[in-house]
Write a protein that binds this ligand. Structure first.
Ligand SMILES: Nc1ncnc2c1ncn2[C@@H]1O[C@H](COP(=O)(O)OP(=O)(O)OP(=O)(O)O)[C@@H](O)[C@H]1O
Length: 669
């Protein structure tokens, strides 16, 4: 588009609306063309494989081209001298292939986020659009060439930040801030760690970075994949719609528990035992346990092969095992390497005696022939990850051998089962066992890795969980997002360097984010009173939001006060989150139901109910427009890192926070 002559605001708004309509129509035609191709795909493809690949590509493309009527197709416009570009969620071209809307990730769009009066990057005017329910309602211009710049004073940014929240998380493409954009557009090769106070946009940055990388490295990342790791299912369902809204429909989103689910978790165990199993020293114990399964050859191999007899003596067998061990391959690969080397020795004898090279069938037969199989089972037996962990925890002698000098005797005693289950199958595994089984699996075989992994709420990962992610990102990069102040797990990180080392990315840069977009200043100030007691070294948050309200009240009857507070909150727009200690949730839900107020659970983001009652342990990463926190003292008392939990709870509010208590507030407040 070329810029028009100066117009009145109304005419200009009308022109922009016309461009929006035309862009929507063009997008619909792009989609129709793809759908038509999809319908005829199997006719044009030469063979079944091509047809299937084409079908998959096209159906993905159809999904990517979906138009969400209530999200604007573009949200900005850049004028570079006599050139103009609308910036939106995806490329839209007219029938001649001319761009009508540029994808926000395109190189040109970068200036929309980064240009400033000081460094205009060729931009003369930056325009932001205001929207309501998909309709264009206003715009705001910054004449960068005249030194005009609104920064965070932008009305449109303020309106977006202060918008009453409802339902699942939305994308922030229209208002990504420069320091966020720098992280979003960091190189694929760069692993970064973002330390940010609550509501500084860490989750948003991680999701947009995934979308950006997929745009820039489409083919490569489609093959290797992008993974988002979040703390729990409620969180994952809360963020699930963001990437599809940006046209990215193929990103895997999982909890660490999903990722490592090789054995069913059927029971819980003593926290001290779990903490020990999450300790990095367990990696060394498991490594040694695997190594201990490799034995020195004790007998030569004799094979009868038709009229021939082959024999491999102890010396060459020793050399085969030693050489393979030194190569440091995953154990299962090593086993196959030993097999291949033994067969190679047989082959050399056969060639010498028969003066011809034996064929593939012979090689395969030798690989499986009894004496060779017996030899392998004796020196390099087949192992399963769960068999290995079972063997370790069931037998104090096996554990002692592997843990000598690594774990104390008391720790070893803590680990071994008092009543060992007879088989791995009969074992009632715990969540921490699953972590050990995954570590064992990584020693046996390298898991397929992802091209990029985004880890949210990373402060709660244990060293062993970090290692599980490291195995899946060995040849890729990571974006680690978290806040040390919000660490609630017993093994929560106190220092990002340590987590990064366990993640295999010791050199990643740690970048702070400190401007908060969620929590109003008054609420941040209240929550920040907890910081000195949390024993972490993090920069405190400052809020962009001057609005919002905080109300801390002593009440006589918690349940009645909660019901009354929720009823009052429902007079406003936006979601209401009631957050209480886990064991108080049932009672509050019942009381609200008795009062005729429908409630939802945290993992049901599509629920029509505006009120959600959330256990304190599930609320990490979520936000509600109005938060009612019930009895902070009970939240703190419920777990060892209860003050950290309370800090998380108090920083969930977007507009208003009400704190109701009967017991005195925890001391730091
Ligand atoms: N640049 C932005 N423009 C508009 N809204 C933003 C921006 N950055 C963040 N937000 C909004 O601020 C809120 C908090 O963002 P987000 O959940 O990503 O923060 P977080 O740092 O992950 O918080 P927590 O530590 O609590 O998990 C969200 O509603 C998000 O959409």
């Amino acid at each position: 588009m070329t810029p028009h002559a100066p117009m009145s605001l109304d005419t200009e708004l009308a022109a922009e609306r016309a461009h929006l309509d035309a862009s929507r129509a063009a997008l619909a035609r792009m989609r129709e063309r793809t759908e038509a191709l999809f319908a005829t795909g199997h006719n044009v493809a030469g063979d079944a494989y091509t047809a299937e690949t084409l079908g998959r590509t096209l159906s993905r493309r159809v999904a990517e081209l979906a138009d969400q009527p209530d999200t604007p197709l573009f949200f900005g416009r850049l004028t570079f001298g006599d050139e103009e570009h609308h910036i939106g969620r995806r490329h839209v071209t007219d029938d001649l292939g001319e761009p009508m809307v540029l994808d926000w990730r395109a190189p040109v769009s970068r200036s929309f986020y980064r240009a400033s009066a000081r460094d205009p990057q060729g931009v003369t005017v930056r325009r932001r659009f205001g929207f309501s329910a998909g309709a264009l309602t206003s715009f705001e211009d910054e004449h960068l060439d005249r030194g005009e710049e609104l920064g965070t004073a932008s009305r449109i940014l303020t309106a977006e930040i202060e918008r009453p929240r409802v339902g699942p998380m939305r994308d922030i493409v229209a208002t990504i801030q420069p320091e966020q954009d720098e992280l979003v557009r960091a190189d694929l090769a760069a692993s970064i760690c973002v330390q940010g106070a609550p509501g500084t946009g860490k989750t948003a940055v991680g999701l947009h970075r995934a979308a950006y990388l997929l745009y820039l490295h489409r083919e490569r990342l489609r093959r290797s994949g992008v993974l988002i790791v979040g703390p729990n299912r409620a969180f994952l369902s809360y963020i699930a719609a963001v990437l599809p809204a940006l046209g990215e429909v193929e990103v895997e989103q999982a909890t660490v528990e999903d990722l490592i689910a090789r054995v069913p978790v059927r029971t819980v165990e003593d926290p001290a035992v779990a903490a020990l199993k999450h300790d990095a020293r367990m990696a060394e114990v498991l490594r040694r346990a695997v190594e201990a399964r490799i034995a020195a050859p004790a007998e030569p191999i004799m094979v009868s092969d038709g009229s021939f007899r082959w024999r491999i003596g102890l010396d060459p067998l020793h050399r085969v095992v030693e050489e393979t061990r030194r190569e440091g391959l995953p154990y299962a690969t090593g086993r196959e390497r030993v097999r291949a080397r033994v067969v190679g020795l047989l082959q050399r004898q056969a060639e010498a005696r028969r003066a011809e090279s034996p064929g593939d069938a012979w090689l395969r037969r030798m690989g499986k022939i009894r004496p060779v199989a017996d030899f392998l089972d004796a020196v390099w037996p087949a192992l399963t990850p769960e068999g290995l962990v079972h063997g370790l925890l069931a037998d104090p002698a096996v554990l002692a051998a592997a843990a000598d000098g690594v774990l104390t005797e008391a720790e070893q005693a803590l680990l071994t089962w008092a009543k060992p289950p007879r088989t791995p199958k009969a074992t009632k595994w715990t969540a921490a066992d699953a972590v050990l089984v995954d570590e064992a699996a990584g020693l046996l075989e390298r898991p397929a890795g992802f091209g990029h992994v985004v880890v949210d709420e990373a402060q709660d990962l244990s060293p062993m969980q970090c290692r599980a992610i490291a195995r899946r990102s060995e040849h890729g990069s990571i974006t680690l997002l978290g806040d040390l102040a919000q660490g609630t797990a017993p093994w929560a990180a106190r220092d990002w360097r340590e987590s990064l080392a366990h993640l295999g990315k010791p050199d990643a840069t740690v970048v702070p984010l400190s401007v908060g977009f969620r929590v109003p200043a008054a609420v941040v100030a209240f929550a920040n009173r907890l910081l000195p007691a949390l024993a972490v070294d993090v920069p405190p948050a400052e809020s962009l939001r001057r609005d919002g309200a905080l109300d801390v009240r002593t009440v006589d009857d918690l349940v009645a006060a909660t019901v009354a507070e929720v009823r009052a909150a429902l007079a406003h727009d936006g979601s209401v989150g009631v957050i209480a200690a886990d064991d108080a949730v049932g009672g509050l839900r019942a009381a609200l139901a008795d009062a005729g107020i429908d409630t939802a659970t945290a993992d049901d983001v599509a629920a029509p109910a505006r009120v959600t009652v959330v256990p304190a342990t599930l609320v990490k990463g979520l936000e509600y427009d109005h938060v009612v926190t019930v009895e902070p003292a009970a939240i703190v008392a419920a777990e060892p890192r209860g003050l950290h939990r309370l800090y998380v709870v108090l920083t969930r509010a977007v507009s208003r926070l009400t704190v109701l208590h009967t017991a005195p507030l925890p001391a730091p407040l």
